[in-house]
Design a protein around this ligand. Structure first.
Ligand SMILES: [Zn+2]
Ligand SMILES: [Zn+2]
Length: 338
């Protein structure tokens, strides 16, 4: 099979002919149809996350069809493989419904090979069935951008006025869910990022503007998707008493020191780490009631490095997805649920 391989962090992915992976006990072999390109892939590629498996196939937003292996799915079933690839089931986190924090967790496209390839294997217990309303490419961003976004939204509580800092793959899904729940959405992007701001307005944000200035009104919660630590005090300044600032990324630049006054009034700052299988079950159930339209830029598998470069440069509108096997679906970039 063909795959893109990261041999050393900080070096370009290389296209290679690789042996077809063999499913072990409890694993399914999957013919990959699409794999989303996540900012976390960029952090791994650039050496900002420690101790990746090497050589490594990146990618943790995998949509494909089961070829063989396992018991839970049948050959031909369409499944999604997320970032959480395996947990121990025994540690204090696993035993308390917090498998996202498992000490021994393994992660797809980081400590396990992922989806920038034609085939992969995955522990079937961590795979999700993909809702029929989404084609392969449209569904891929749900597997991380959607899942981490959903978990972040849950941790934002019942905030009515929600600020989203950084309007990329995750925020564009969260905005639609939040609107579907009747919340008000405010989108903050890099100054001059008109594409992201117009996408935010299209998807229901009532205001979209640049970070670095005051919020248009007080917020009840903020979710920070951009990996920029200086947004933490900015978002704290924007939220009302009792408000929460949720940091959704796996990597962020240092947070500058700030006066205690910004945290006072029972404001809080927290991060979101990984996902649980329950998050996935909840999200896919929620999408039955609140369908979202993923805005996708497609790239052929061979252009994975180029897709990462465009993401690094902030040039992707919505989510970037590698279309590995071309599904027999429309060619529209805005893939809508049917
Ligand atoms: Zn564990
Ligand atoms: Zn991700």
């Amino acid at each position: 099979m063909r795959g893109l391989v990261l041999e050393q962090p900080g070096t370009p992915l290389r296209e290679r002919e690789l042996p077809s992976p063999e499913p072990g006990p409890g694993q399914v072999r999957i013919a990959i149809r699409a794999c989303g390109v996540c900012r976390t892939d960029l952090h791994v590629r650039d050496g900002e996350l420690p101790h990746p498996k090497l050589p490594l196939v990146l990618g943790h937003e995998i949509v494909g069809t089961v070829v063989d292996g396992g018991e839970r799915f049948r050959a031909g079933d369409r499944v999604g493989v997320p970032w959480l690839g395996w947990t121990c089931g025994l540690c204090r986190y696993c035993r308390s419904g917090r498998e996202n924090l498992c000490d021994l967790a393994r992660f797809t496209g980081y400590t396990l090979d992922g989806g920038y390839a034609e085939e992969t294997v995955a522990d079937e217990r961590y795979c999700f069935a993909i809702p029929a309303g989404y084609d392969d490419v449209a569904a891929a961003p749900l597997l991380c951008a959607g899942l981490i976004g959903y978990r972040s939204l849950v941790l934002a509580g019942d905030a009515e006025r929600l600020g989203l800092y950084g309007f990329g793959a995750s925020a564009h899904i969260v905005a639609q869910i939040a609107r579907g729940q009747g919340r008000r959405v405010f989108a903050f992007t890099r100054a001059g990022d008109d594409a992201a701001q117009s996408l935010a307005r299209e998807l229901g944000a009532e205001w979209a503007g640049a970070t670095g200035g005051p919020a248009p009104e007080e917020l009840d919660a903020a979710i920070i998707f951009a990996p920029a630590g200086e947004l933490v005090p900015e978002a704290l300044r924007a939220v009302a008493k009792g408000g929460v600032v949720v940091c959704a990324g796996i990597h962020m630049s240092d947070i500058p020191s700030f006066p205690y006054e910004l945290l006072w009034g029972e404001r809080s700052v927290r991060s979101v780490a990984n996902l649980t299988r329950r998050d996935g079950d909840e999200l896919f159930a929620l999408l039955e009631r609140i369908p979202v339209r993923t805005e996708v830029e497609r790239f052929p598998l061979a252009d994975g490095e180029d897709a990462l470069a465009r993401l690094r440069a902030g040039q992707v509108r919505g989510a970037a997805v590698l279309a590995v096997a071309q599904a027999a679906t429309g060619s529209s970039d805005a893939a809508a649920p049917r």
